[in-house]
Ligand binder design. Structure first.
Ligand code: AHG
Ligand code: MN
Ligand code: MN
Length: 303
């Protein structure tokens, strides 16, 4: 039995969740190969007003078809779909959220990008991230990496083309207290709170690492520690990233790895979303660093 199969069997996850993780894992090599022919941008814009890359719409179509035809998903929300997809005749109860391709501005530069998926065993997609049953992401870098959590820690896998299957990369990822950071947003749009956070990092000797692909930048922080931030900005208080498709699945994973996700004031996993494309400021990373960031925000508020 392959390493991913072994993990899924050990996970004790509901059988339909296991099937969906398996279905997605089986698509990753095809998605990886599709970058060769999907290097351009399309004319369309998504619900967040962003120009779609050919790979955004390709990955979205592949994954929407895969999941909605699975017979396991009752509700599906994708970053690239304007509206919620309901599958009322599905025999399954799963609510699925996804960013089919995160980091798409990096496709033409061949830096790492990936797909992010969150799975709720039942209910709808407008649930707290804390309620997720499982979350996973793929990362298309020098290797195809799959990081999965079913609520019992976090395991990473790498695809071995010689074997045609995933092998274990890290059995039980725990995020260390590291000193790397990356921040989105233009400096002249930073709020006083965010400016203080960055000043603190510089004073403490943190090293900057920011690629522009959340999933890749997150993965780096998961391995080395520190934080990734896409903050509230002047004129854009909600920031850029989305609660359902980006913050919650990766927040669930970092929480399972002993880290934290916050908007600077509260644990994002406890926020009940009110709309599918809802945006949120994000700070995600090592627990000590995120606590310090919340302290800095609280000091500024009380000053
Ligand atoms: P997506 O490619 O899914 O639209 O997400 C892009 C996001 C995220 O991946 C990244 O961290 C952030 O946008 C980068 O934004 P900037 O280019 O503004 O730094
Ligand atoms: Mn994204
Ligand atoms: Mn995307």
């Amino acid at each position: 039995m392959g390493a991913l199969e072994e993990y899924l069997e050990w996970s004790n996850l509901p059988v339909d969740i296991i099937r969906l993780i398996r279905l997605f894992a089986n698509e990753t090599e095809m998605l990886r190969k599709a970058f060769l022919k999907n290097q351009t941008y399309c004319s369309g814009r998504n619900a967040s007003g962003e120009q779609q890359a050919a790979m955004d719409t390709f990955a979205d179509k592949v994954l929407v078809d895969l999941f909605s035809n699975s017979g396991l998903v009752r509700e599906l929300a994708s970053e690239e779909q304007d509206s919620l997809i309901r599958i009322p005749d599905s025999s399954g109860t799963i609510a699925l959220v996804m960013d089919p391709l995160d980091g798409s501005s990096l496709i033409q530069t061949n830096l790492a990008v990936g797909s992010i998926i969150g799975l709720y065993a039942d209910g709808d997609v407008l649930q707290k991230g804390k309620n997720l049953t499982a979350a996973l992401y793929s990362l298309y870098g020098p290797m195809t990496v799959l990081v999965v959590s079913g609520g019992k820690g976090v395991r990473s896998f790498a695809f071995d083309p010689d074997v045609g299957d995933f092998v274990v990369l890290c059995q039980d990822i725990m995020i260390p207290e590291g000193k790397q950071y990356g921040t989105g947003g233009l400096r002249n749009e930073w709020t006083p709170e965010h400016t203080s956070v960055i000043r603190y990092c510089n004073d403490m000797g943190f090293k900057i690492r920011y690629s522009g692909s959340f999933v890749a930048d997150f993965h780096q922080i998961l391995v080395y520690g520190g934080f990734y931030g896409y903050p509230s900005l002047i004129g854009r208080p909600e920031g850029k990233l989305r609660l359902l498709f980006e913050a919650n699945p990766l927040g669930f994973i970092v929480d399972q790895a002993g880290g934290r996700i916050s908007d600077g004031r509260r644990n994002l996993l406890l926020v009940t979303p009110t709309s599918i494309h809802q945006k949120t400021p994000i700070y995600v990373g090592s627990t000590g660093v995120i606590e310090k960031i919340e302290e800095i925000y609280a000091e500024k508020r009380d000053a």
